[in-house]
Design a protein around this ligand. Structure first.
Ligand SMILES: CC(C)(COP(=O)(O)OP(=O)(O)OC[C@H]1O[C@@H](n2cnc3c(N)ncnc32)[C@H](O)[C@@H]1OP(=O)(O)O)[C@@H](O)C(=O)NCCC(=O)NCCS
Length: 175
């Protein structure tokens, strides 16, 4: 079945909530992030809030794209104002910069080119809106090689940020 990339709609919100619960819980688990129910809940809530604001503001406040195979939501990616860690360590403001965020692919559909397809479409959207660069960060050790493959070595690595050997990486990417 073909992959369709489209904008989220109000009636997708319940499905998006379940998708975030499932993909983020799975990501925490496979990355060995344990005893972190509060952090997980906050992270899900924050990403859901971004999606809600996207739908409510028609893509003005936050902007996401969904990847669908038929009725199944298989991926999500968005952009918005940079988070606190990026602002702090890259010394940038939230108003004049943008962060690529909320990149999640359904565990059953990984390694099928869904993330790179979403990435390509999101970059087109950013370029179309006049952005010449974007930031992104990643604390999941298993996913950092994916971003390195896309964008090369991180612009900044916060060594042992999450514990011994658990680094946080930030990229500044020219579009
Ligand atoms: C990271 C993630 C978004 C990648 O999505 P995906 O749809 O599986 O990636 P793609 O299929 O588009 O992969 C594109 C390429 O990257 C490679 N790749 C994918 N995941 C990789 C990984 N974890 N490490 C190294 N390479 C990876 C693929 O093999 C593919 O290579 P190819 O072009 O040579 O064939 C997905 O694994 C995911 O949702 N992870 C959990 C959430 C997460 O970590 N999100 C990012 C938060 S910062």
């Amino acid at each position: 079945m073909d992959l369709i990339i489209r904008r989220p709609r109000r009636k997708d919100l319940l499905m998006l909530r379940s998708f975030l619960e499932m993909t983020m819980r799975h990501s925490f688990k496979i990355n060995g992030i344990v005893n972190a129910e509060t952090e997980l809940f906050k992270a899900i809530q924050s990403k859901y809030q971004d999606l809600l604001e996207d739908v409510q503001s028609d893509g003005e406040k936050h902007f996401h794209l969904l990847a669908m195979r038929g009725d199944v939501l298989v991926g999500c990616m968005g952009y918005g104002a940079p988070n606190e860690l990026i602002r702090k360590y890259m010394a940038i403001s939230s108003e004049e910069h943008v962060e690529l965020k909320s990149a999640y692919v359904h565990p059953w559909y990984k390694r099928q080119g869904i993330c790179v397809t979403l990435l390509r479409e999101l970059v087109k959207q950013l370029q179309g809106r006049g952005w010449g660069e974007m930031y992104l960060d990643c604390g999941y050790g298993l996913s950092q090689p994916f971003w390195e493959k896309q964008f090369g070595p991180a612009s900044k690595t916060l060594l042992d940020h999450w514990g011994p050997g658990e680094h946080h990486m930030i990229w500044k990417v020219l579009l």
